[in-house]
Design a protein around this ligand. Structure first.
Ligand SMILES: C[S@@+](CC[C@H](N)C(=O)[O-])C[C@H]1O[C@@H](n2cnc3c(N)ncnc32)[C@H](O)[C@@H]1O
Length: 240
């Protein structure tokens, strides 16, 4: 599906609506879409792809279907599910058990907002990527309407209040706690940090899901924090 396009965004939105009752179809579509976004910069066939914080492995499996040597690195065994991809490594993204420059593509989808130190996380992704290799980082920023995850959009009224409301309404404990496994990551700060690096160039900074103006929306200071929803960064590792 053309990216960006209304058809694609609608298909993704419909899949998100069924995330709870049909996670298989939802994540399969999301993985195909993300792999298409990576392949816009070159085919992954025969390439080494490292999927950091890839959960149960939908993205790794999709890259493998496309002929990549893809590996899942996930620190939380509960996220892996019953049947993780072969050769999955239980490992933290801060300290990947990989030599420098082994990956042609280092990929992380919706992980950055779950780490306390995003800069160190990105540095480790850069370290394992070869010169001229690609780094794909996407995250839901805090002020996005989805920033509070399962307790969104009530996070605009404060994280604790939103969590308590979620518990009251559903009877279930919320999965995320601000400052423990969800962090307030902002678009402006993240862009300034990656642009200040001398080991990567920013190839693209855009909304991951928007059907139009996907690049423009991420350029408008202030507005972008609310309107981007999810920032997709494509970085290229500079030669030494
Ligand atoms: C919202 S899930 C995203 C899963 C998958 N990448 C996706 O897009 O559907 C966040 C993932 O980040 C992982 N994560 C949290 N802290 C991490 C860390 N320090 N290093 C690597 N992964 C981490 C979690 O275990 C979880 O699988």
């Amino acid at each position: 599906m053309k990216d960006p396009s209304i058809r694609r965004s609608l298909a993704l939105f419909r899949a998100f609506l069924h995330e709870q009752d049909d996670p298989e179809s939802c994540y399969a579509l999301l993985a195909q879409d993300a792999a298409d976004q990576v392949e816009a910069y070159g085919a992954v066939e025969g390439r080494t792809v490292v999927d950091v914080g890839g959960g149960s492995g939908y993205f790794t499996e999709e890259f493998r279907r496309r002929g990549a040597n893809a590996y899942l690195f996930e620190p939380d065994v509960r996220e892996l599910g019953p049947k993780p991809p072969d050769s999955t490594v239980v490992a933290d993204g801060y300290l990947l058990p990989l030599a420098d420059g082994v990956a042609d593509v280092c990929f992380s989808s919706n992980v950055l907002e779950h780490v306390a130190d995003p800069q160190t996380f990105v540095s480790e992704m850069v370290r394992v990527t070869r010169p001229d290799g690609l780094i794909y980082v996407s995250f839901t920023n805090w002020l996005s309407p989805w920033g509070g995850h399962e307790w969104a959009p009530w996070h605009y009224l404060g994280a604790e209040r939103a969590r308590a409301r979620y518990h009251r309404r559903t009877g279930k404990a919320a999965k995320h706690t601000l400052g423990e496994n969800l962090f307030a990551v902002h678009i402006g700060t993240t862009l300034r940090q990656v642009r200040a690096r001398d080991d990567v160039t920013v190839v693209s900074a855009r909304s991951r899901y928007w059907p139009f103006l996907a690049g423009a929306v991420a350029k408008a200071p202030g507005l972008r924090e609310f309107a981007t929803w999810n920032l997709l960064l494509i970085l290229r590792r500079c030669p030494p």
